[in-house]
Design a protein around this ligand. Structure first.
Ligand SMILES: [Ca+2]
Ligand SMILES: [Ca+2]
Ligand SMILES: [Ca+2]
Ligand SMILES: [Ca+2]
Length: 160
């Protein structure tokens, strides 16, 4: 947080923010000091730092975050363990903690090596979340190595 933003936050907390805004010579209406695409007033409304173009430090400028509807004051908008910029790289939805709808969060999937953007990572007909629930390997289309895909195997946990 810049010294000015800190001063402003303290002043707002003290209940005289409006006065400061009116009298702060640096706070020109509509000014965008940090050049992140958001005007000073908008940053105050959003709780972002008018002196920091990437207030939450997730690699995306505050203005870009507003445009793509992620939270410029939260590095991980959907709290799934993957930062907003990281989600862009994975092609997942930064506003949906389970982008592929397989019941596993995006961050957990990355930690397990499954695809956060594909419900059935190994293409065996059983979604990743269900594979884990059944004790199967979501990264192995034939978990018991009997030549039958898990999704077509009457007992995918025991070779038949
Ligand atoms: Ca950001
Ligand atoms: Ca996220
Ligand atoms: Ca998922
Ligand atoms: Ca599968």
């Amino acid at each position: 947080m810049s010294p000015r933003a800190l001063l402003l936050a303290l002043t707002l907390a003290a209940g005289c923010g409006e006065q400061l805004l009116e009298h702060d010579p640096l706070a020109e209406p509509g000014s965008d000091e940090d050049k992140d695409g958001l005007a000073f007033e908008a940053e105050l409304d959003l709780g972002t730092d008018p002196g920091d173009p990437d207030s939450d430090g997730d690699g995306l400028l505050d203005g870009a975050e507003v445009e793509q509807e992620t939270d410029p004051a939260d590095a991980d908008t959907d709290h799934d363990g993957l930062g907003d910029l990281v989600e862009q790289r994975f092609g997942t939805d930064p506003r949906n903690p389970d982008s592929d709808g397989d019941t596993l969060t995006d961050g957990f999937e990355v930690s397990q090596g499954t695809e956060p953007g594909r419900a059935d990572t190994d293409y065996d007909g059983i979604e990743d979340g269900l594979e884990l629930a059944l004790g199967l390997d979501p990264l192995d289309s034939d978990s018991d190595d009997d030549g039958m895909l898990d999704g077509e195997d009457p007992d995918p946990r025991q070779p038949s």
